[in-house]
Design a protein around this ligand. Structure first.
Ligand SMILES: O=P(O)(O)OC[C@H]1O[C@H](OP(=O)(O)OP(=O)(O)O)[C@H](O)[C@@H]1O
Ligand code: HPA
Length: 176
């Protein structure tokens, strides 16, 4: 058990399960990008740990850049996605792989895809470690999903509750 402020979390996804999911995504992307050098685009803050492990598992040439967006206050989406650090990269003719730690409502993803539509990227693909399929309500195709989870708030491996818990190396879930 783990207490952060007023909330109690319990262990949910082990390090081993996380690392299997990360490796599987890296292998699938590498197969699809045999003749390319993809540009991974990490969505800060939450994806920093997934990005790091994904790139270590990705054994062929690639590049990485980041964008920073935020919309959550504590455990709830505000519905408004703020861009805190923008796209500073020339994406012309690049295959871009958006790297998300979690896709929940899809509001963040929708904003990123709208931003990327304004560039001349050759192709945009989406990779997420976690997906909440019962909540996700957008039409954007998610190309690579690590683990599907029910609609419960999770924490750790980059994801936070009120700024805390990002450093945990496994994933916890909010206790009912
Ligand atoms: O599908 P959605 O409902 O938009 O939720 C997913 C987003 O929420 C979290 O980011 P958050 O806004 O908490 O910022 P953070 O990455 O800095 O924690 C997470 O890292 C995703 O980017
Ligand atoms: O379940 C979650 N946990 C942490 N951050 C999040 N951002 C969207 N959903 C979540």
């Amino acid at each position: 058990m783990l207490q952060i402020h007023d909330k109690v979390f319990e262990p949910y996804i082990t390090k081993q399960k996380l690392s299997n999911a990360v490796e599987s995504i890296a292998n699938k992307i590498a197969l699809d990008c045999k003749n390319e050098t993809p540009l991974f685009l990490g969505v800060l803050n939450g994806s920093f740990m997934f990005c790091s492990d994904l790139l270590k598992a990705y054994k062929t040439p690639c590049e990485i850049s980041f964008i920073k967006l935020a919309s959550y206050q504590q455990t709830k989406s505000t519905g408004k996605v703020n861009q805190l650090i923008g796209l500073n990269e020339d994406l012309t003719n690049r295959t871009v792989i958006v790297v998300e730690d979690i896709i929940d409502t899809g509001n963040t993803l929708e904003k990123i895809v709208a931003l990327l539509k304004q560039t001349s990227a050759k192709e945009v693909k989406i990779a997420t470690l976690f997906l909440k399929p019962t909540v996700y309500n957008k039409d954007i195709k998610i190309d690579y999903t690590g683990l599907e989870i029910p609609n419960r708030f999770i924490l750790g491996y980059g994801m936070d509750y009120d700024g805390l818990g990002r450093n945990l190396d496994e994933v916890y879930v909010l206790k009912d």
